[in-house]
Design a protein around this ligand. Structure first.
Ligand code: ADP
Ligand code: MG
Length: 386
């Protein structure tokens, strides 16, 4: 657990003030990959890695951000943050974007000092970005004396990342970081934003393995895949009235329109349509406590992501294959954008430590790479630290 005392002390040392403290977790997606931007279903959990924000007011209209992770400060004026986004290509774009987004919503902000400190690994796919954004939003709202539903906070933080930072992310990250609950996964309908909390059994750990590889198409890849999916979605909209988003289509619709779209678009859409089905089935499995079924769905999801979505890679496939053979492993699959990054594994609590060691050893032997492995619990969403 991150030491909130430490960040409070640093804030005091840096700004000479104390202030209220807020916390937002990282997240991992159990199943439902690349389904969010076509209005489908995702099933992420908030994890026990987090970002903490401390805030105190200042009188001169400046907005000053300090990150303990970077040991660096960035200064803006509240006035400039109220205008057109001018991202600096710097970590402070994330909290600055949140201030911008809140002001776009009509929330009046005065000057402030805001410190951030997180133990969510940066850029590893566990959503340190949404974690930093949502912690920032809670701090800024408290400073402004405004309360807001957690769901709305998620939407405003996503806007910050899309429109201020300029990252093309879906709503999943900010939503589960904001609205997650201890011991639960969150099933989110990415169109309506209706959600449901589903129990994760107490004797299960969520083990995240970072393959430590990120292949060249990783950056362009998200864009390309998204373009391919959207091309398929457009073809479906044209040949089947009533399809507003890909998620409205059935596999039968897709088959019927297959010759109206490029082969790649067809395959990417097939992944998404089968994935939406798997997420809903995974919901049933969790409600019934049928972990074996849940694990089988994770395995199917991995194969679909690897073959139809064509977005895995050798190292990640190796990580998944190693995991699936280990004692206590309920399910394993790639998670995140693809072409490298992390796998998510459901593992029996008592086997989690030995699982972690065995994965690291066997992955090292197979690839020469030492994986980072994190054993996590399904945790609560963003909140004030008492
Ligand atoms: P991910 O969300 O998978 O960790 P991203 O690239 O989306 O990766 O976001 C990572 C970026 O978020 C970091 O490079 C940094 O700019 C910003 N960020 C996250 N946490 C912090 C923090 N504690 N302090 C400052 N910036 C942070
Ligand atoms: Mg991110």
């Amino acid at each position: 657990m991150l030491c909130t005392e430490k960040i409070l002390t640093l804030h005091q040392q840096h700004f000479g003030q104390t202030g209220p403290t807020f916390l937002a977790p990282g997240r991992v997606n159990l199943i439902g990959e690349h389904t969010d931007y076509t209005g489908g279903f995702v099933l992420p959990v908030a994890i026990d890695f987090c970002t903490v924000a401390v805030i105190s007011p200042r009188e001169d209209g400046k907005a000053v951000f300090f990150s303990q992770n970077y040991m660096e400060q960035a200064e803006y004026s509240v006035g400039e943050l109220a205008g057109t986004p001018r991202p600096r290509g710097h970590w402070s774009d994330y909290p600055a974007g949140v201030a911008w987004s809140l002001m776009q919503e009509g929330i009046a902000l005065g000057g402030f000092n805001l410190s951030l400190s997180g133990n969510v690994p940066l850029g590893a796919g566990l959503s340190s970005s949404a974690s930093a954004e949502v912690a920032t939003a809670l701090a800024l709202l408290a400073c402004a004396g405004v309360s807001m539903p957690q769901e709305k906070i998620a939407v405003l933080c996503r806007r910050a990342e899309n429109e201020y930072v300029g990252a093309k992310c879906g709503i999943m990250d900010q939503f589960v970081v904001s609205c997650g609950a201890e011991g639960h996964a969150l099933l989110l309908d990415c169109r309506s934003l209706d959600y449901e909390l589903l129990p994760v059994p107490e004797d299960v750990r969520i083990v995240i393995c970072n393959s430590m590889v990120r292949h060249a198409h990783a950056t362009g890849g998200y864009g390309n895949r998204r373009d391919e999916v959207e091309a398929g979605q457009r073809a479906l909209q044209q040949c089947r009235p009533g399809i507003e988003l890909l998620r409205d289509a059935t596999l039968e619709d897709l088959e019927a329109c297959a010759d109206k779209m490029p082969r790649e678009a067809y395959l990417r859409c097939r992944h998404i349509l089968t994935e939406n089905r798997r997420v809903l089935e995974a919901r049933g499995a969790l409600l019934q406590g049928d972990l074996a079924r849940f694990g089988a769905l994770m395995a199917e999801a991995h194969i679909s992501f690897r073959d139809d979505f064509a977005s895995s890679c050798e190292e990640v496939d190796t990580l998944v294959e190693i995991a699936q053979k280990l004692p206590g492993c309920i399910g394993a699959r790639i998670t995140g954008g693809g072409f490298g990054g992390c796998t998510v594994n459901l593992v029996k609590k008592d086997e989690a430590e030995s699982f972690m060691q065995a994965v690291r050893e066997q992955y090292k032997a197979a690839t020469g790479i030492t994986a980072d492995v994190y054993i996590c619990l399904a945790s609560a969403g963003a909140r004030a630290v008492k």
